[in-house]
Ligand binder design. Structure first.
Ligand code: ADP
Length: 300
């Protein structure tokens, strides 16, 4: 069985500055680096490093970043047969981080914005022999809905990460077997803040009701709240020393899918997800921070 990811592929461009510029101002930067990102690609790398045969469906641009992004995924063992180059620039995130860790981020969808019906057609082939489909919201919503529908029709488990926060079409919820917002995304979807345990439970119940499957609310260092037919359960996080929480949520979803792909039951898959999220925060970066199967087993 395989994990299939339908989603975004980005190049992150990170400049470190002493302080962020004001509008119209130029400041000297201290360092610059590029790193592959995008929620879709991050989740694909997370699943692949944990040993799941992983197929990526998405688009890169016909620029230098596109070649690097596709080669980078392949080097991580991700099947990129369904990653196509589309005319124009690759998706990019231009990130500035100041000395205090405060940041500004501009995300330009580029090729990700062209994901549509043709990609869903390529997804159909990729879904053969798949256990789970990982979806996020960095590609156009009509394509996300069509992708979820294609997976459901084949009995492939749909894991929907409603990130970044944006309103969801009502038709998408019932297509998700598992919806996995973090606290901010959950609040945006239910319309009230998750300012305590009771509110988190209420939000989880509400979101589970919309899906008809399960909801997992990711709560950072507190772990996750799992809502399914049996009720709501808090699953504590693995205690680790966090150095950089970037892409913790992507590690969590990759871990969940990889475990299901390995034939593990839901309770065990949840432990893989929590462990993958915890390990990812112990290291800087997005894809570079994703744990290997051996590291995960050591923590478990
Ligand atoms: P996102 O990255 O989407 O904002 P979270 O910050 O909630 O999502 O992190 C996702 C998951 O990663 C959490 O549910 C938790 O399992 C794990 N995680 C995040 N931060 C920590 C931490 N400081 N210690 C241990 N686990 C963490």
């Amino acid at each position: 069985m395989a994990v299939v990811v339908f989603g975004s592929i980005n190049m992150d461009m990170v400049a470190r500055v002493a302080r962020l510029p004001r509008p119209g101002e130029t400041v000297p930067g201290e360092s610059f680096a590029t790193a592959p990102g995008g929620k879709g690609a991050n989740q694909a790398v997370a699943a692949a490093r944990l040993g799941a045969p992983t197929r990526m469906v998405g688009r890169v641009g016909d620029d230098v970043f596109g070649v690097a992004l596709r080669d980078g995924l392949a080097a991580e063992g991700v099947d990129t047969a369904a990653v196509v180059a589309t005319p124009g620039p690759s998706g990019v995130a231009a990130i500035s981080v100041d000395a205090a860790g405060e940041n500004t981020i501009v995300v330009v969808p580029g090729a990700n914005g062209a994901v549509g019906a043709e990609d869903v057609a390529r997804l159909e082939a990729a879904l053969v022999g798949a256990r789970a489909l990982l979806l996020q919201l960095e590609v156009p919503l009509p394509a996300v809905v069509a992708a979820a529908r294609a997976a459901r029709a084949r009995g492939v488990t749909v894991i929907l990460d409603p990130a970044p926060a944006r309103p969801l079409p009502a038709e998408l919820y019932p297509l998700a077997d598992i919806i996995t917002p973090n606290a901010i995304e959950a609040a945006a979807l239910v319309g009230f803040p998750l300012d305590g345990e009771a509110a988190a439970r209420r939000a989880g119940r509400e979101l589970r009701g919309r899906t008809g499957g399960a909801a997992i609310v990711k709560l950072g260092a507190r772990g996750a709240l799992v809502c399914d037919a049996t009720g709501e359960t808090f699953a504590p996080a693995f205690p680790v020393t966090a150095v950089d929480t970037v892409a913790a949520g992507d590690a969590f979803n990759g871990g969940l899918a990889a475990a299901l792909c390995a034939g593990l039951p839901f309770a065990q898959a949840l432990r893989w997800a929590l462990a993958a999220g915890a390990l990812a925060v112990t290291r800087p970066g997005a894809q570079t921070a994703m744990p290997t199967h051996a590291e995960l087993l050591a923590l478990l």
